[in-house]
Design a protein around this ligand. Structure first.
Ligand code: GDP
Ligand code: GDP
Length: 466
């Protein structure tokens, strides 16, 4: 065991859920003997190739004679004493509560190493809570979902450099005993934060949706991806079909495609093709990580296409634009130039998003489309290290200093990436309300080009009291 990690935080934030995930089996949580103090549970944990001991401070909710706060304080202090590293968990959906602040205070004073985790981080309901967690003064919150296993790569990334120090200690204690290799997976000028790569897996397949106006060729495209007409003949080996998605192995990438075509068939029965396809598009955007906006080359960028592309951006999805029926286009060069111009003019919010010409009918361009989707997904998941970001920020400030309304210059002190999927950044700023939008746009565009994040929505939040 290289080190001990204590999970602390108020009741119900998800400590036991994370404990169980790290320990890897469902230890009995049922407490059928009222009054039994569970206090501290200990387990052997594994994350990536790190082995360690984990302590869960469950049992706080049990009524005892003394006050919850007193009891919490003692238990937390005990955990801090026992542990090398404390993982302090808050519930990102609820946001920071006064009880959380009591914990933060104890940890700031007593603990050597604190990792702040904003749990229940799946979905946008957690966005505000994650940002709020900055207020606790414990550094960058890790956005995780103990229940869904999200953010575990980030947790690993936070534990790894610390574990190295403790492995050294263990090594010394055990004299010449061999130590496991805990070298950083990726060198970034010696920086501790590794860029967490996200690779679609069986457990978390790549989720895509093909949207576009009726007759753009959505079903033809999906059929082509699936391999000719399987969509119409129902489930077969390699495809499982649930109500809204088809699961396939797309050239080796576990993928779920939103089943637009299946819904369209239903729509036809109801004879409400147009109407349903809009609602269908909405559902598809909610479902997808990457939204493929499929245009008909003969009638590109119709109102409906623009609306859905804009919606995808606002929902924070990665977007790839595919122009279909390219097989029947003449003057391809001119046409492509015109398309790119329209794209930039009509959808400036998707600047840099890939535009791929395809033929769903012949299959031409599908490999390029697949590559663009994977790239967009990777960008959407990208994490830039805090060190890199701050070096970048000082360059940006030098190049173009923020304004000084009323003679007092607005100071931007610090930037960090608060989330991925899509990338979200927080800047600590002296007067966030006074900073003009144009300056935020300057920063967003700079982030896009400097860190190669084309096409993905980028969220930038200015925070005061920095
Ligand atoms: P503890 O009291 O801090 O140990 O919290 P538990 O692990 O018992 O979790 C409290 C509740 O939150 C349970 O209903 C869990 O299923 C739920 N929960 C835990 N982690 C997550 C998460 O990542 N997302 C969501 N939505 N719920 C979670
Ligand atoms: P959806 O309404 O978006 O699902 O569109 P469909 O897949 O039903 O296609 C509408 C029509 O366009 C059909 O007649 C297809 O055969 C035709 N189509 C689809 N893709 C292509 C393509 O790449 N090239 C050509 N020439 N026709 C296509």
């Amino acid at each position: 065991m290289s080190f001990t990690l204590a999970i602390v935080g108020r009741p119900n934030v998800g400590k036991s859920t994370l404990f169980n995930r790290l320990v890897g089996k469902k230890l009995a949580l049922v407490d059928d003997q009222p009054g039994v103090t569970r206090d501290l549970r200990e387990g052997a944990a594994r994350l990536g190739d790190l082995d360690f001991t984990v302590i869960d401070t469950a049992g706080l909710e049990e009524a005892t004679d003394d006050s919850l706060e007193g009891r919490m304080r003692r238990l937390t202090e005990r955990a801090v004493e026992m542990a090398d590293i404390c993982l302090f968990m808050i519930d990102a959906r609820t946001g920071v509560t006064p009880t959380d602040e009591v914990f933060a205070e104890i940890l700031r004073k007593k603990a050597d190493h604190v990792i702040l985790a904003a749990n229940k981080g799946e979905g946008r309901a957690a966005d505000a809570g994650v940002i709020e967690a900055w207020n606790l003064g414990l550094g960058e919150p890790l956005r995780i979902s103990a229940e869904h296993g999200e953010g575990m790569a980030d947790l690993f990334g936070a534990l790894l450099p610390l574990s190295e120090a403790f492995a050294d200690r263990t090594a010394r204690a055990e004299a010449a005993a061999p130590v496991m290799d805990v070298s950083l997976p990726e060198e970034d000028g010696g920086e501790a934060e590794a860029e967490a790569a996200w690779v679609p897996s069986e457990e978390r397949p790549l989720q895509i949706a093909v949207v576009g106006r009726p007759n753009a060729g959505k079903s033809t495209l999906i059929n082509k991806i699936l391999g000719e007409d399987r969509l119409l003949t129902g489930p077969e080996a390699g495809i499982t079909r649930d109500s809204i998605s088809l699961r396939i192995d797309w050239e080796g990438t576990p993928t779920r495609i939103f089943d637009t075509a299946g819904m369209r068939k239903k729509a036809k029965v109801q004879d409400k093709v147009e109407k349903l396809s809009v609602a269908d598009g909405l559902r598809a955007v909610k479902f997808a990580e990457v939204v493929v906006v499929l245009l008909d080359a003969a009638i590109p960028f119709e109102q409906q296409d623009l609306r859905i592309a804009d919606l995808a951006e606002r929902e924070g999805r990665a977007v790839v634009v595919a122009v279909n029926k390219w097989d029947i286009e003449d003057e391809k060069q001119d046409k492509l130039k015109a398309l790119k111009e329209s794209f930039e003019r009509l959808l400036p919010q998707l600047r840099g998003a890939p535009l791929i010409t395809v033929s769903a009918k012949t299959g031409r361009g599908l490999e390029r489309l697949r590559e663009a989707i994977l790239k967009a997904h990777a960008v959407w998941n990208r994490r830039v290290s805090t060190g890199q970001l701050n070096r970048w920020l000082s360059g940006m400030l030098e190049q173009h200093p923020p304004p000084a309304p009323g003679g007092r210059r607005i100071r931007l002190r610090y930037i960090t990436q608060a989330k991925t999927r899509p990338p979200g950044f927080v800047v600590m700023c002296s007067h966030p309300d006074k900073l003009p939008d144009s300056y935020s746009r300057y920063l967003v565009n700079g982030l896009r080009t400097s860190f190669d994040m084309p096409g993905t929505p980028i969220r930038l939040t200015m925070r005061g009291q920095g």
